[in-house]
Design a protein around this ligand. Structure first.
Ligand SMILES: [Zn+2]
Length: 479
């Protein structure tokens, strides 16, 4: 039943990201926040340029134009040579065409001439900033959201390419900023080299995230499905964060709720401060710190859950929820006279907050990450009717579920509704993988008191041997 011990403490995979808190002096911190402001301006400027070029290519502005001097009709050439960007040179020295990043990057020397204060930023950081924009467009072309302009709160980081940042003992060298100490919360594993480095400003200071790589570490191969012995499924919920198919329940600490009242009071106080005053800035800084604390607590809890779950089984099955759809705002309701009616928005808002606080999506991502690190199987299944279907006879009916209680109208099976749902998910997940649930001793039973005492009695060194036997062995009772 148990997994081999060497899987429990694996060596890190090829890529890992380690995060440390930096200790910059006042000058360095000031410099880095200046950089952020300048980089944000550069990002937004280049984004505007790319949007214009893209829109010109997709929807060319056609029509009859008139010249101002003689008011005669003409049709000017309105598109640029490249549809990627309009600034910079679209051609390389060898006559080949540049991509959007290369083209915008070729404009950097001109930018530094026009705005000499940009010379202060390390050149590789400026290039990485353009690469970030390039990645945003790559994401868009792959069907994700359109790149957005960044305001002060959305643009908090800059990065260095590989080979720039040095880490020696307790100090980090950031080119352009200098040497600074950091909180060495864990050592960099041996044999790893530092790749891309990202510096991030958070509410309680500056952090650095190092991407580490070791090419000699092979990827952990997945356990063969024929050798799998254990599987577990989890039903995600709000009161119980996860109900597991082996009848275990993981409770939801609701971190946000613990701070909700304090946050509301502090928010009200912050709103009353004069706009633009230092006191207002301080008050909002305090609010940001609360959010940061809640985030840290939640992430810590998630990692612990993920690691615990991955010790339990070799196949982990979860439901594929449409979380965005669950959090969606209520549509406004109007009667025929245009008067707004109650649409249950307040009640929905409270529920949405709870769902956001539980952060199921993030939790699943973390479980998936740990599972892949250990070579386990992570499966997502369709949760439709999982809480209405009986896992004993398969009968599906809305009436089966009565809030927390599940009672099958066909076979009279009675169980906790969430635990019941997790068993349905387990069956569906195993079916998806092509494993017969009956062949697998998938669900670990709860160990009873008698089993524990028998196990202890087998142990020769146990001094309580006679006592254990006398409690549970029937022969002693008969005497
Ligand atoms: Zn049934």
């Amino acid at each position: 039943m148990d997994m081999p011990t060497d899987r429990r403490h694996p060596s890190p995979p090829m890529f890992v990201a380690y995060c440390y808190k930096l200790k910059p002096n006042k000058k360095q911190a000031q410099k880095m926040s200046n950089w952020l402001n300048m980089l944000r301006a550069s990002y937004n400027f280049n984004l505007r340029d790319r949007i214009e070029a893209y829109e010109q290519a997709s929807k060319p502005i056609l029509g009859v134009y008139s010249r101002i001097d003689n008011q005669g009709e003409c049709c000017p050439l309105t598109c640029s040579v490249s549809k990627n960007a309009t600034i910079g040179s679209p051609w390389k020295n060898n006559g080949k065409k540049r991509n959007a990043y290369e083209q915008q990057s070729s404009n950097l020397p001109i930018l530094k001439k026009e705005r000499p204060w940009y010379k202060d930023i390390h050149s590789t950081v400026l290039q990485q900033n353009l690469k970030r924009l390039h990645r945003a467009f790559d994401n868009f072309f792959q069907g994700r959201g359109y790149p957005k302009f960044k305001n002060r709160s959305k643009f908090r980081s800059f990065s260095y390419p590989p080979g720039q940042v040095k880490v020696i003992d307790n100090a980090i060298y950031l080119p352009g900023v200098g040497w600074m100490k950091y909180f060495n919360s864990r050592d960099i594993p041996q044999g790893f080299t530092v790749k891309t480095v990202t510096v991030r400003c958070k509410s309680d200071g500056w952090y650095i995230s190092l991407r580490l790589e070791d090419k000699t570490v092979p990827d952990v191969p997945k356990i063969e499905l024929s050798k799998v012995k254990t599987a577990i499924a989890g039903d995600l919920g709000l009161n119980k964060l996860i109900s597991l198919s082996n009848d275990e329940i993981i409770s939801n600490p609701k971190f946000f709720k613990q701070y909700e009242r304090r946050k509301a009071i502090r928010q009200r106080r912050a709103n009353r401060k004069n706009k633009g005053s230092k006191n207002r800035a301080k008050a909002y800084h305090y609010l940001a710190k609360i959010d940061h604390k809640v985030l840290n607590q939640r992430q810590d809890n998630h990692w612990k859950i993920a690691n615990n779950l991955c010790r339990k089984a070799e196949i982990l099955i979860f439901e594929n929820l449409n979380i965005k759809g669950l959090i969606k705002k209520c549509q406004p309701k109007q009667d025929e006279n245009g008067v707004y009616l109650k649409n249950g928005r307040n009640a929905k808002k409270a529920l949405s907050r709870l769902i956001a606080d539980a952060a199921w999506g993030e939790l699943k991502l973390k479980i998936k990450f740990v599972a892949e690190k250990l070579g386990l199987h992570f499966v997502e299944v369709d949760p439709r009717n999982s809480s209405r279907q009986c896992n004993k006879c398969g009968y599906t009916d809305q009436e089966n579920r009565q809030k927390e209680r599940f009672f099958c109208l066909q076979c009279n099976h009675l169980e906790d509704s969430d635990l019941q749902a997790s068993k349905n998910l387990l069956n569906r997940g195993l079916k998806q993988l092509g494993i017969d649930p009956n062949q697998l001793p998938s669900v670990r039973r709860k160990v009873t008191a008698q089993e524990i005492s028998l196990a202890l009695a087998d142990e020769p060194s146990n001094p309580n041997e006679t006592q254990q036997l006398s409690l549970f062995d029937s022969r002693f009772v008969e005497c």
